[in-house]
Design a protein. Structure first.
Length: 414
């Protein structure tokens, strides 16, 4: 085995051990605090609701534990187990050394990975979510979603992948810069067409009806100087009892979407406060910053790939005897998450900073008390744990833990 093989195996072992250890910590911490509602929520969350959230969190954590083990097994099977080399040779024999061979290789790895993960997805939807009263998805809807996602992946991903591999082959040493420009353009186009072309393939979007909620929202939008392409209610209850709200699109395609479940959960003033939080993300330029950061990151990653794909040890070290642009792209995409996992807290910290800023904006343009009430209801109705393990939360949570977030909002009221 080459030196990089040992490095790769070491990274897999360390990352897997860290993921499992974090899951164990989280499970133990939540179970330990299951039988007592945190003092800050004692008057708003009942003990049965708190226990349901703990049990739901522990069930998802156990499933995540299994998912981690499956992920590492699949990764080792594809790389050092010879799976990628076998698929490469198979398609090479049928399609020759062409771009289509590379596309077939990448799609087949994606398909096999999805197929292996399918049983866990079915269990999560129809067993775990159903056990806690959240699943509304029928088998017909599940299969329809799967078919649509697959077709979208082929229709949108196929041409993109062809263009990427062509640029990698034809543009010389600076191919990564051309691919990056293509990627940026593709992402911006996707953001533009998603609200009106892609999202409606999966959900029904209805204009928000006239009433107290719409009146409050329109007044808030006018107060904040925000214009959008409309206010919509999405039939989220078609799949789940979980509630949410979000912005989508940019420029003239911006729209505000509320899950029908959220509209049923909250009072008009609480919905207004939730929207004020979402407006805070827009007004504080969080969306643009995140898009910009993702573009910078992708540029760095593509440059790194451009350097590494010239090194034969990248291929042999991951169990592949052959070399090609498609193989380099595939191996790099498999290796990066393993080596960069320890940096995950930085991304989570950046996201939580934005959440605090959006909460502060909401407190300035709506009632902080109303946002607190809305959040507590969402924690309760979505069975979100109030007692996450601090270290697990540092790694994985894009939002601050409930107690810290509520305390921050209460400080805004002072």
């Amino acid at each position: 085995m080459s030196t990089f093989t040992f490095v790769f195996i070491g990274a897999i072992v360390l990352t897997t051990a860290l993921r499992l250890w974090l899951s164990w910590r989280h499970f133990s911490h939540v179970r330990h605090h299951r039988d007592q509602v945190p003092a800050a929520f004692a008057n708003q969350i009942s003990l049965p609701d708190h226990q349901k959230a703990a049990d739901y969190t522990c069930a998802k954590t156990r499933l995540g534990f299994v998912d981690t083990l499956i992920d590492v097994t699949v990764l080792l099977g594809f790389t050092l187990g010879g799976g990628i080399e076998y698929l490469h040779q198979f398609w090479l024999g049928h399609l020759g050394s062409t771009i289509w061979q590379g596309i077939a290789l990448l799609f087949s790895v994606s398909f096999i990975s999805g197929l292996i993960g399918w049983p866990l997805s079915i269990y999560a939807t129809f067993v775990l979510e159903a056990r806690f009263g959240f699943n509304h998805t029928t088998l017909a809807t599940y299969l329809s979603d799967l078919l649509k996602q697959t077709l979208l992946g082929i229709v949108l991903g196929g041409p993109l992948l062809y263009a990427v591999l062509w640029l990698m082959d034809k543009m010389g040493a600076n191919w990564w810069l051309y691919v990056w420009v293509l990627w940026v353009g593709f992402q911006l186009c996707l953001l533009a067409i998603y609200p009106t072309w892609i999202a409606p393939l999966f959900n029904k979007f209805s204009p928000l009806e006239d009433g107290p909620v719409k009146t409050r929202i329109e007044a808030l939008l006018a107060k904040c100087g925000f214009t959008s392409n409309g206010l919509f209610m999405m039939d989220g209850s078609k799949r789940s009892a979980h509630g949410n709200a979000y912005f989508t699109g940019f420029g003239k395609t911006k729209r505000i979407v509320f899950f029908d479940t959220l509209l049923k959960q909250l009072e008009p003033q609480e919905i207004e406060a939730v929207l004020a939080h979402e407006l805070g993300h827009f007004k504080r330029h969080h969306i643009v910053k995140r898009i910009g950061w993702s573009f910078i990151t992708s540029l760095i990653m593509l440059y790194a790939l451009g350097m590494l794909m010239q090194q034969q040890w990248l291929f042999t070290g991951m169990g592949v005897a052959s070399s090609s642009t498609a193989l380099a792209l595939l191996l790099f995409s498999l290796a990066v998450p393993i080596f960069l996992f320890p940096l995950t807290p930085l991304s989570s910290l950046y996201s939580r900073k934005h959440e605090f800023e959006a909460d502060s904006y909401a407190a300035e343009h709506a009632d902080a008390h109303d946002l607190i009430q809305a959040l507590v209801k969402m924690y309760r109705d979505n069975a979100s744990t109030l007692t996450p393990d601090p270290l697990h939360s540092t790694f994985y949570d894009s939002h601050p833990p409930a107690a810290i977030r509520i305390a921050h909002l209460e400080a805004q009221q002072a």
